[in-house]
Design a protein around this ligand. Sequence first.
Ligand code: G3P
Length: 219
Amino acid sequence: MKFFVDTADVDEIRDLAATGLVDGVTTNPSLVAKEGRDFFEVLQQICAFVKGPVSAEVTALETDKMIAEGRRLAQIADNIVVKVPMTFDGLKACKTLTGEGTMVNVTLCFSANQALLAAKASATFVSPFVGRLDDIGQDGMELIGEIRMIFDQYDTFDTKILVASIRGPNQVKDAAMLGADVATIPPKVLRSLINHPLTDKGLKLFLDDWQKTGQSILK
Ligand code: G3P
């Protein structure tokens, strides 16, 4: 499963990319607004060191304007993925943009039928928002299982399942167990994946015992 980082914070992305664990980035208008920086400058900086897919979302609601915005965003770098909302205008823009060779991520997906439409619109990625479904008492991971089952029935569907709106490490594990193609993970959650108290405890015990030997590997 590929790991994308879900943020527009360039410094966070650079720091996490240094681990070699970052396969791409997703942004959205809220994440961009949070940084308070120029949208195009942020995207150019991210694409300078992240060579995997970098999602940048259109803000128009009509097909023709979405296509124009998508074409403008795609000019930033070859790895830009144009994000369009799960609307009929968004799906029409998706069909046109993917037909031109531009990668498209259909976002704000909350049902299996929406994901089916994204696949029929030749989306490169579809982003089911699991956290926001959980927030209203529904089961986000159940949706991932449904989409996986549907997509696996048809060889003609190339759309990748990009699990989004992740709130904690268990959703990353569950997404991987269900065979999602990508999880886009907030920096804080990505950093938490490594944590386990028994790892910390075991490492301390190893080093305390090693210190008693008085030896050094590099002396
Ligand atoms: O960026 C898309 C998605 O990950 C947003 O998540 O936390 O705003 O529901 P969230």
